[in-house]
Structures are given as C-alpha cells and as structure tokens.
Design a protein around this ligand. Structure first.
Ligand SMILES: Cc1cc2nc3c(=O)[nH]c(=O)nc-3n(C[C@H](O)[C@H](O)[C@H](O)COP(=O)(O)OP(=O)(O)OC[C@H]3O[C@@H](n4cnc5c(N)ncnc54)[C@H](O)[C@@H]3O)c2cc1C
Length: 389
C-alpha cells in the first residue's frame, strides 16, 4: 500500500523521497540489531547528518537547509514510517530552536555552523528531575554564579543521548524558588559542553529502559559552566523552553504519525498475505475494521500536524493545534501499534518481525517528552477555559 502525500508541495514530496532513499539503506534488520545491542545508530545518524537532513531547521546563513518545522516533521515521520527510530535524533531539531531564538549572535556563530555540518552534536536536553517530574518549575538543580562561572549541583533523570552528544541544553535554577515572585521565574538555560563536563563535575549513569533511547541519570557536583554559555537572560529560562514547545510537540507528533503509518502498512501487508481458514485474515471484518480505524486515526492526526506546522511556519502561535497534534498522533500510533500486534497474532511477539520493537518505541510518545495527561491539561485550561488542576 502507498500513503497519500496529498497536500505536500513538490519540494516536500522530493524531500520525503530522498529521506526514503536514505532510509532504504538502513533496513529493519539494522534497527533490530541496534536495538538488540543497545547501540546508538551511529552510521544512520552520520548519513542523515551528511545528507543535511538534521540541519533542516538551521537557517542557511549558518549552513543549514533553512526549512520549516513542516519539513523537519516530514523527515522524522519518514524515518519512523520506514521502520527506523527517529527518537535517536529528533531532539536536535527542537533543541536547536532555543539557541536560534534566544542565543546571542556569538553563540549562534560558534555553534550552529558546527551543528549543521555534524562536527558537533546537540542531542541532549536536560530538564526532567527525579523530585519534580512533570512539574518542571519545581526543578532544583542549582546553578550559582561565581565570577565568570556557574557552579552546577543537582540531579537529572532520563536525559537521553548524553554520551552521544557534544552539547547539552540544561534547564536549572539560578534563583531559589522561595525568592521568586512567580513559579516560572528563576530558571535559566545553560549550554553545557559535555566533552569537558563528563568526569569533571558531571557523572553519567546509563539507565536500563524498555527502549533503546540512551537515557541517563545525571549527577552534577560543582560542575563549572562559563557564564558565556548562558542562553538569553538569567532567570528567563522557562519562557525560552516554553517558546520551543510548539515545535517540539509538532515534531514529536510527526514521530508518532510515522510510527502509525508504519503499523498500518505492516498490518495491511500481513493481513493480505497471511491465510488461515483458507482465506487471507484481512478478509475478516474483525481484522479489517481495526486496521481501517487505525488508518483513520493516523491520517486525522496527520491533518492536525500539517495544520499546526503550517501555522508555526507562518509565524503564528499554534499552541492549541500543536498540542492536539501531539495528543492525537501519540494516541493514533499506539492504537495502530496494538492493531498491528493483533493482526500478527503470535508473530507480533517474534523479534524478527520488528513489530514488538516498534510497539515499544511508539509507546514512548504517550509519556515523553510530555505526558498526554499534561497535554490534556493544556487543552482543558488554555483552550477550554477550565480551572487549573
Ligand atoms: C525513554 C525516555 C527518554 C526521555 N528523555 C528525556 C530527555 O532527554 N530529557 C528530559 O528532560 N526528559 C526525558 N524524559 C523524561 C520525560 O520527559 C518524563 O518521563 C515525562 O515528562 C514525565 O515525567 P515523570 O516520568 O516524572 O512522570 P510524573 O510527572 O511522575 O507523572 C506520572 C504520571 O502522573 C501523571 N500526572 C502527574 N501530574 C499530573 C497532573 N497534574 N494532572 C494529570 N496527570 C498528572 C502524568 O501524566 C503521568 O501519567 C525521558 C523519558 C523516557 C521514558
């Protein structure tokens, strides 16, 4: 089966085709092996970087492709649709926006061209803490200014790709919460040079998780970060993180839509091939209708993603649409994942069929980078005008 690319421009269709051609060199056996080894898909990420795809959102003046979030989303979607795992690289696309929008001209000159060429990787984003969880404004990792340095102490958890990145965007507290007028005050964003930090005030402990996501627990003990690595103004960090959230939601929705399309395609193919009781299992409505339902959910989520991305790229503030796209995308992918499992019967559990790997990978987007409950809270409070929970 072929999914419709209706609504895409000629350039966008060409972009999808070139990502598809690259992904074809990294078949599912590659991803299965990477998953089994718990390895980072180094060769794939290098090829993606060399092809310029990971610099899609970096402006041309810094050596990137200067494309929009819509194109960034199409790249991630196609990686997942092809059976890969865009989670290994998606963060660079949305983290980079914080540097681009709020970094100084010197910081942009210093980092963006190197990120665009792949000489430097900015794939790590340190927000989550064990005692704060979804309540980001309660984070306590402290950065104290001493002369020309910040001294960082605290803990983070689930921080992905720290070992595979050169740089990490770190959200930390520069003013104690009790001294802040508002709960969103007193947080700052630092760009941490991981090459210097690891072993010099930053301890990294890899976590054993259900997916191959290279996530870690971080302990900061008097880590020194030059004050010139502060992004924007001290104390305004939460605002900067918020300003990147629409792009993050749209890009993560794209991961999910790619997963959803993968599962639908896989289900259709298998339901056509597999014969039981003398006929293809897809002839049974009990098999066919769930696939059709999943298809409807995935394609509807895609429409919302398209709308959110188009608004974002037109300079609007699509808070509602980006959150709806993230929510609908994650739910649709998970629906399609379950349908694909059911369609495959026992073979869904067989590692060589890849369904169980993608099943685990797609489930993540119900939880990270933000849980669907928190997205519903956003919709309830900011769109529907319901009281804050
Ligand atoms: C594989 C993986 C990779 C990750 N990578 C990163 C990373 O690179 N960087 C990073 O900073 N973080 C990362 N995370 C962390 C992720 O963003 C968090 O797990 C997520 O934001 C939820 O936080 P929590 O796990 O502490 O859950 P909690 O906040 O403890 O929430 C637990 C449950 O309670 C619900 N809940 C809590 N409060 C409310 C409320 N007020 N209303 C309704 N429901 C509520 C949540 O929705 C959730 O279902 C990663 C996580 C995973 C699993």
């Amino acid at each position: 089966m072929q999914f419709s690319d209706e609504g895409l421009t000629t350039d966008q269709k060409a972009l999808v085709q070139s990502v598809r051609a690259l992904c074809a060199k990294y078949p599912e056996s590659y991803w299965r092996q990477t998953d089994a080894d718990g390895a980072y898909p180094e060769a794939f990420i290098n090829a993606l970087t060399e092809g310029g795809f990971l610099s899609a959102l970096i402006p041309e003046q810094y050596g990137g492709l200067g494309l929009g979030v819509m194109e960034g989303g199409l790249i991630l979607e196609e990686i997942n649709r092809s059976g890969g795992n865009a989670g290994a690289c998606h963060a660079q696309m949305y983290i980079m926006g914080t540097v681009l929008r709020h970094g100084s001209p010197e910081q942009k000159e210093a980092y963006l061209p190197e990120i665009a060429t792949g000489k430097m990787r900015l794939q790590a984003f340190g927000v989550t803490e064990p005692d704060a969880g979804s309540d980001t404004t309660s984070i306590s990792t402290r950065a104290e200014r001493k002369g020309t340095k910040y001294i960082v102490n605290g803990r983070k958890v689930f921080i992905s790709r720290v070992m595979e990145s050169d740089l990490m965007l770190l959200l930390c507290r520069t003013t104690p919460k009790e001294k802040c007028a508002k709960r969103t005050d007193g947080l700052s964003v630092l760009l941490v040079d991981l090459r210097r930090a690891k072993g010099n005030g930053l301890d990294v402990r890899p976590l054993d998780l259900m997916v191959n996501h290279h996530s870690n627990e971080l302990t900061f003990e008097n880590l020194e970060v030059p004050t010139e690595n502060l992004i924007g103004e001290e104390g305004a960090g939460f605002k900067y993180i918020l300003s990147s959230m629409n792009a993050e939601r749209i890009l993560v929705a794209s991961d999910s839509i790619g997963d959803g399309r993968y599962f639908v395609e896989k289900s259709v193919n298998y339901a056509n091939e597999r014969k039981v009781f003398g006929k293809p299992i897809g002839q049974n409505q009990g098999v066919q209708y769930p696939i059709a339902r999943a298809y409807a959910a995935v394609e509807a989520a895609r429409l919302m993603r398209d709308k959110a991305a188009q608004m974002f790229d037109a300079g609007q503030n699509p808070g509602e649409q980006a959150n709806l796209a993230k929510f609908l995308g994650a739910e649709a992918a998970w629906q399609a994942a379950n349908v694909c499992m059911d369609t495959h019967g026992g073979y869904g559990y067989a590692v060589e069929y890849n369904v169980e790997r993608k099943f685990r990978e797609s489930r993540l987007y119900m939880i990270a980078p933000v849980t669907n409950n928190l997205v519903l809270s956003y919709i309830g409070q900011n769109v529907l005008g319901l009281p804050r929970s």
